[in-house]
Design a protein around this ligand. Structure first.
Ligand SMILES: Nc1ncnc2c1ncn2[C@@H]1O[C@H](COP(=O)(O)OP(=O)(O)OP(=O)(O)O)[C@@H](O)[C@H]1O
Ligand SMILES: [Mg+2]
Length: 501
């Protein structure tokens, strides 16, 4: 008896091999196959199977099968509770059957149908977090010796390992799924929306320079999307897997900015208790985005120029030069040429930073983007707040497109967010929009070629403005305009005005 037990005790080498699989094999199917085959060999059995429970259908299916009939057997499914396997899956208790022909639970159809002569079986459950997720069964010893309780113990170890492998694979899949969702969310967050030729051109220029190492200067009014474009350039090129480091030059006084950019050595100054790695080093292999570059003071401008020219720098208090491979993108909402002309920005640095120049036009110069952007932000906030049926009323859209947007896309985004929060949850109305300064609503006569046309355009826009200011109340508007309500209705129809009731 003792001798028999010792004959299949796993050797240390065998255990090492199994632990190596568990840590290095990432393909779950392959791992389960290795574990099942290994159990079969160790127990010197003729065949074995690993079955998983399909909880929805209450059926067990063959995930792994070994032995001479392994391919035929995989076509079968076993109902929960049926046969030895179904019984173990249902009760969660292992079974050792010395002679299946004497056991009423034996479900002979599968063995008979594939022509496999079965005598004895050991079957153990695979349990994950207290739930049976499947079973492993081993059939007949090659030397016809009977199975015993040691076999249950050994097979249970393999069942536990298999359950662990399945759990790890499920966790891995979950993390991967989350990772994918996060990446998609990030892509969406940094997506540049716009169909106007001006923004399309800026995007196509960004892709063109993405793979070049040239320093790029992005200009545009505040809130036009300069940082968004810088991120696009970084993501669009070969540096995308390295870091994009953003630093706002206006936010820090000179000494702190220097410390942020170049870092310091331990003990470089009072308070420098540890070494600090600067943004230039952090961006090695990636991109450094210098925002609000015109706010950098002349001393720092000189230091930055030196780094760009020499390709290396010293940490504050450091003696060893550090070389980095950094691509520089800078941005400003100021007129840089003017800053250079007036001596506030170094001309030589300007030329270094401005190898490629991308200008993002203001939102009022690309009015066609307003509707698309408004709709985009609406969808974003609708999703965030779980109000799927909200839309923008025609009158609110007219207000959005006629407003001048001094704060550009950022202001538009904030306006939509406010309207989503403060509105009635069904339709965004002009009153929900934080646009009260009607003098900022510009009337555009540039397309008019005749006086009559200009007069019509003026009338249309004047009526629209009045309606907006009165929350769309047509009777009140007629009174304010000093005309009959019926005449106003005729004008509204003629000019195809969509505001008010
Ligand atoms: N074309 C666009 N599509 C989608 N969102 C945009 C677009 N342009 C700007 N935004 C959004 O508007 C906001 C302002 O953009 P960003 O910070 O890039 O502007 P900026 O030009 O850097 O502004 P500032 O000069 O004030 O720093 C951000 O929330 C950004 O996501
Ligand atoms: Mg910015």
């Amino acid at each position: 008896m003792k001798k028999k037990t010792a004959s299949y005790l796993p050797s240390i080498g065998h255990l090492k091999e199994i632990s190596h699989w568990i840590s290095s094999v990432y393909n779950l199917d392959q791992l389960l196959e290795l574990l099942t085959v290994s159990a079969t060999q160790m127990m010197k059995a003729k065949a074995s199977s690993l079955l998983l429970l399909d909880e929805r259908r209450n059926k067990l299916f063959f995930k792994v099968a070994t032995g001479e009939k392994k391919d035929d057997i995989k076509k079968f499914e076993i109902e929960l509770g049926k046969g030895i396997v179904g019984h173990v899956a249902q009760t969660g208790e292992p079974l050792l059957i010395e002679d299946v022909n004497k056991d009423p639970r034996w479900y002979r159809e599968i063995s008979e149908s594939v022509g496999f002569d079965t005598h004895s079986i050991v079957c153990v459950p695979m349990v994950l977090e207290g739930k049976t997720i499947g079973v492993i069964e081993v059939i007949d010893r090659q030397n016809h010796q009977a199975f015993d309780t040691n076999d249950i113990g050994l097979l249970s170890v393999f069942a536990d390992l298999s359950a662990l492998a399945i759990s790890k694979a499920q966790q891995f899949e979950k993390v991967e799924r989350e990772n994918r969702t996060l990446k998609e969310a990030l892509e969406c967050k940094y997506q540049i929306i716009g169909e106007s030729p001006a923004i399309r051109r800026a995007i196509s220029d960004a892709f063109k320079v993405a793979n070049a190492n040239s320093s790029t200067l992005i200009t545009g009014e505040s809130g036009t999307g300069k940082e968004l474009l810088a991120r696009l350039i970084h993501r669009g090129g070969a540096r995308k897997n390295n870091t994009l480091v953003v630093i706002n030059c206006a936010a820090l006084p000179e000494t702190l900015l220097e410390d942020e950019l170049f870092g310091h050595e331990k003990g470089a100054f009072t308070g420098a208790v540890d070494k600090k790695v600067g943004k230039f080093e952090l961006a090695d292999g990636g991109t450094l985005f210098l925002d609000e570059i015109c706010e950098m003071n002349p001393n720092m401008q000189a230091k930055l120029l030196r780094v760009i020219q020499e390709g290396q720098f010293y940490r504050i208090g450091g003696l060893v030069p550090i070389s980095v491979d950094v691509r520089i993108i800078s941005a400003t909402n100021k007129n840089v040429e003017q800053e250079v002309k007036e001596g506030r920005f170094r001309e030589d640095l300007y030329y270094r930073l401005n190898v490629v120049h991308i200008k993002i036009p203001s939102l009022r110069e690309r009015k066609e983007d307003i509707t698309i952007l408004a709709q985009h932000f609406l969808n974003l906030f609708k999703q965030e707040r779980g109000i799927p049926n909200l839309d923008i009323s025609a009158s609110a859209m007219t207000l959005l497109t006629s407003y001048q947007w001094p704060g550009n896309v950022r202001e538009l985004k904030n306006a939509i967010e406010r309207a989503v929060v403060m509105g009635n949850g069904i339709q965004i109305m002009p009153a929900d929009l934080p646009i009260s300064n009607l003098s900022d609503i510009k009337t555009d006569f540039v397309q008019a070629s005749t006086l009559e046309e200009a007069v019509h355009q003026f009338k249309k826009s004047f009526i629209e403005k009045t309606l907006i200011s009165l929350g769309g109340k047509r009777t009140n508007a007629a009174r304010k305009l000093g005309i009959q309500r019926t005449y106003l209705s005729r004008l509204i129809k003629r000019y195809n005005i969509k505001i008010g009731t």
